[in-house]
Design a protein around this ligand. Structure first.
Ligand SMILES: Nc1ncnc2c1ncn2[C@@H]1O[C@H](COP(=O)(O)OP(=O)(O)O)[C@@H](O)[C@H]1O
Ligand SMILES: [Mg+2]
Length: 364
């Protein structure tokens, strides 16, 4: 996590929200740096919206502090905060035109008419809705309505933009397009954004920093690669993608190598964490794409980190084939790239699996 410094736009200190006996957000702390896109990601009901609503001022915290650009705003009313929120259902004013929706906040702040007009034109262009200013929201597609909501949120030049599942009402292709657009806009305007989603792929692809949540608690804060490659616990490892766990015991450590005994034999692990000692029980964590399947024409050139298994099923997904393989009592998932070139193994085929070097360790 980043240290607190002058580029911090938002700091959350020990923030908690209880609804009766239920703790929706449990002692959450983090920093957000200026100009970064942070995503709250976690399963439905884990507290993402509640946390976002506390930052926007729509929900009052039970405990803790919210510091925006150096100012404690914990109990400041929502419309006095330098934040703007975009909701999942857009929450546009249906009786107003697109331009009136976008200019609403400026008008409330008593900006001169011609200034509002100019600003609305600029925002329409920014979100690529030129010429549609006179339409009503219901005359727009879902993606276009989303852009109006975004332009309206940007109109007041907020210190931070809060987006709660902004893409979840859009179909799959449009979701991907819109998330790329939001990211471009964010980088172009150097916006500070908190984005909320339950979709791990969306979270990974759009963010500088992920905040992975479960049951009101922050499980890990880090960049997409940190979260994917070095998850700090089983929940995070599982949440951000498919994963294999190998339980075992540290046999020995020498220099940069560790010998780790599992039910499938001994694994050699390069650059083990500093804290481990012989006898420690650990979990080796291996992503499906970090396992290679040796073939007769591509034999296992490796002499260690080999696991013998048998194919249970194959799932062809175009870019990869996802195999389910058994080895002893364990089910192992393996993703193999380039099925056209490699061909597809069938149920019952015996295979030799080679674990690549991307082996991460967790406490058991
Ligand atoms: N106004 C409320 N009153 C009571 N419980 C609430 C309220 N808002 C949210 N909750 C509960 O708090 C938990 C977190 O909800 P929420 O923040 O909406 O999760 P998420 O956005 O991650 O799906 C859920 O169990 C939800 O039922
Ligand atoms: Mg929510």
């Amino acid at each position: 996590m980043a240290d607190h410094n002058s580029s911090t736009v938002l700091e959350i200190r020990n923030l908690t929200k209880r609804f009766g006996d239920m703790i929706a957000v449990d002692n959450v702390s983090f920093f957000l740096e200026n100009g970064k896109l942070m995503t709250f990601v976690g399963p439905s009901g884990c507290g993402k919206t509640t946390l976002l609503r506390m930052i926007s001022g729509l929900t009052e915290p039970t405990q803790g502090q919210i510091i925006l650009a150096g100012e404690d705003i914990t109990f400041l009313r929502a419309n006095a905060r330098d934040t703007a929120m975009v909701f999942q259902n857009y929450a546009l004013f249906p009786h107003m035109t697109v331009s009136q929706n976008i200019g609403f906040g400026l008008q409330v702040r008593k900006k001169p008419k011609n200034e509002v007009k100019r600003e609305v034109e600029r925002l329409l262009e920014l979100v690529q809705l030129q010429g549609l200013g006179n339409r009503k929201p219901q005359q727009l597609s879902g993606g276009q309505q989303q852009r109006v909501a975004l332009a309206r949120a940007l109109s007041l030049n907020p210190k931070i933009l809060l987006l709660d599942e902004p893409l979840s009402n859009l179909d799959a292709n449009l979701r991907v397009m819109m998330r790329e657009e939001i990211r471009k806009l964010q980088e172009h305007l150097h916006l500070s954004i908190i984005f909320v989603t339950h979709d791990q792929e969306e979270a990974m692809s759009i963010s500088d920093i992920l905040v992975v949540m479960n049951k009101g608690v922050v499980k890990q804060v880090g960049s997409p690669t940190e979260i994917y490659e070095r998850p700090t616990d089983e929940f995070v490892a599982n949440f951000v993608g498919h994963i294999n766990f190998f339980d075992g015991t540290v046999v020995s450590l020498s220099g940069e190598k560790m010998i780790f005994r599992t039910e499938h034999g001994e694994l050699t692990i390069k650059q083990p964490p500093l804290k481990v000692a012989p006898g420690d029980r650990l979990k080796a964590v291996v992503r499906p794409e970090s396992i290679r399947i040796a073939r007769p024409d591509h034999p296992a050139d490796a002499t260690n980190n080999i696991i013998e298994g048998r194919v249970v099923s194959n799932m062809y997904i175009g870019a990869i084939t996802r195999y389910t393989i058994t080895a002893g009592d364990q089910v192992i998932y393996v993703d193999e790239a380039d099925p056209q070139y490699r061909g597809i193994l069938q149920k019952g085929d015996n295979v030799r699996l080679v674990l690549k070097d991307a082996i991460h360790l967790l406490e058991a």
